[in-house]
Design a protein around this ligand. Structure first.
Ligand code: SIN
Length: 512
């Protein structure tokens, strides 16, 4: 161990891996698979202790293919993004989509996608798709992909999966990333790697209602930002329009509307045709704001599933309804944080602005989603970019440079410190950085969040508790969202800026 000029203790004791991956959703697993196929020894760290700790396991609708028409999928992605998706990134996605699905999901993992009576795949459709092109298993597709994928990587001779292990800091020297310090005993453990791939998922824990697992605290984005990586598009937080409106929300997949379910307001009226020519299948950001407007105007919005064989065709969602005591075929819904379209800026192989650091999956900003993501493209993006990054990452030897030595001088945190600060952070995000943003409120959020981060930083100097680092990461990400939201004064996609005119006419469209 050595002492640097700044007084920070550093160490070069640690372990090594050719490729180090942080996160165990579809993107992390795909990166592990392709790096191992190239002959690398892979170490995959994950905070997860069970499959449903990753957002992939929660994904319902499915995974889009092009079904032989990449141009049509490209058009739908760009249209849903309000014209803001990067056409080159979308080309990378659509040109690699079908091969990736066939190679990994069909041939390697043998995922049992639903089939019709003729034995051919039963492609479904979701909002803002112009064709039925989505592969699915019931509406529990993520589970049926992730579980075999986790088994496959765990059994692979070149891949070690280490569960219940968080990366706390990146190890950097002269603009290059050399690995991470994990939270392994006693006070942080350096792991050096030829390449480090962040696949840490989303940011649902920053909001009171989310379709993500509880520990989606934006860890990879925060670590990359603190190391100086470029971060983009953070204002584009996507809210899903149809999550159960009660406590303990769960997703009611867009596939339900794709197959005929409709939204009705508290007066029983089908309102979406008033808001958008695509009606119930309008882009997600449009539907989410319309649902919120109608809830405010008429008391509630329900998803009417009577046009479907709901119990028979969507047993996993029907079971969730039964578990919550929801009776009947009109399910109360409200928008809910779902997906971050921005994140760590990467190129078409998942390379970040820092040498030997990659990012894939929801923590990455590839440019595919622009300001609003098209349904069933997140699993696909994670798969395609995971494979490409894993392949690109091999071939550079690890180098043991000085790693930050974390201090745990005072391990005990004040009781409930992290939980209470998280509550304050979520309240701030819900109130000021939700579906609609007011410039004055964004400024208020920034000052609350800056104070909060200052308090967390004071503790983190002498403690390495995982919940404290998660809180640090969440507050860094929250500030990035606030800053991006304040810098973008135009309403586009998921980022809706309230104007004085909105405030004086905050009513649903008039019937005419
Ligand atoms: C859904 O099933 O509605 C979610 C699919 C997605 O977010 O892509």
């Amino acid at each position: 161990m050595t002492e640097t000029d700044t007084g920070t203790a550093t160490t070069t004791d640690g372990e090594v891996a050719d490729v180090l991956i942080v996160g165990s959703g579809i993107a992390g697993c795909a990166a592990a698979l392709s790096a191992a196929r190239e002959g690398a020894d892979v170490l995959l760290l994950t905070k997860a202790t069970k499959p449903d700790d990753a957002s992939t396991d929660w994904a319902q609708g499915g995974i889009s293919t092009t079904r032989g028409d990449p141009e049509s999928l490209k058009t739908d992605i760009i249209d849903a993004s309000d014209g803001t998706a990067d056409p080159d990134a979308v080309d990378t996605l659509v040109e690699n989509a079908d091969d990736a699905v066939e190679d990994v999901l069909v041939d390697t993992l043998a995922v049992a996608f639903d089939e019709g009576e003729d034995g051919a795949f039963d492609y479904t459709r979701e909002a803002a798709h112009s064709a039925s092109r989505i592969l699915h298993v019931d509406a529990a597709t993520g589970t049926h992909i992730l579980r075999p994928f986790l088994n496959y990587v765990a059994d692979h001779e070149r891949i070690e999966v280490r569960q219940d292990t968080a990366a706390l800091e990146l190890i950097t020297a002269e603009g290059r990333v050399h690995g991470v310090v994990s939270d392994e005993a006693p006070t942080g453990h350096p792991i050096y790697a030829g390449a480090t791939i962040l696949a840490t998922g989303g940011i649902g824990a920053l909001y009171g209602r989310s379709t993500n697992p509880a520990d989606a605290t934006g860890d990879g984005i925060a670590m990359a930002a603190l190391a100086g990586a470029e971060i983009e598009d953070m204002e584009f937080v996507q809210f899903h329009p149809t999550a159960y409106a009660g406590a303990d929300p769960f997703l009611l997949s867009e596939a339900l509307r794709g197959e005929g379910a409709v939204l009705r307001n508290g007066d029983g009226e089908q309102f979406m045709p008033e808001y958008h020519p695509q009606g119930d299948l309008a882009p997600r950001d449009v539907v989410a704001r319309a649902v919120e407007t109608e809830r405010e105007a008429t008391g509630e919005v329900v998803l009417d599933v009577r046009p479907l064989e709901f119990e028979a065709e969507y047993p996993a969602i029907a079971e969730k309804c039964r578990d919550r005591g929801i009776e009947g075929d009109e399910i109360p819904v409200a928008p809910c944080e779902h997906f971050l379209c921005g994140g760590i800026a990467v190129d078409d192989r998942g390379r970040t602005s820092l040498d030997r650091l990659y990012a894939v999956g929801e923590c990455a900003r590839t440019g595919v989603h622009g300001a609003n993501r098209l349904a069933s493209t997140s699993l696909l993006e994670g798969l395609v970019w995971g494979l490409r990054a894993g392949d690109d990452a091999v071939g550079v030897d690890p180098e043991a440079v000085a790693a930050p030595e974390l201090l745990n001088r005072d391990p005990a945190l004040p009781d409930r410190f992290a939980a209470e600060k998280f509550t304050r952070l979520r309240r701030t995000m819900d109130e000021y950085l939700g579906l609609e943003r007011d410039p004055d409120e964004i400024a208020r959020a920034s000052s609350v969040l800056r104070r909060l981060k200052g308090e967390v930083d004071a503790y983190i100097r002498t403690r390495t508790a995982r919940d404290l680092y998660e809180l640090r990461n969440a507050s860094v990400v929250a500030l990035l969202i606030a800053r991006a939201a304040s810098e973008n004064t135009d309403s586009v996609g998921c980022h809706y800026v309230v104007t004085d005119a909105d405030e004086s006419t905050a009513e649903p469209p008039a019937d005419d």
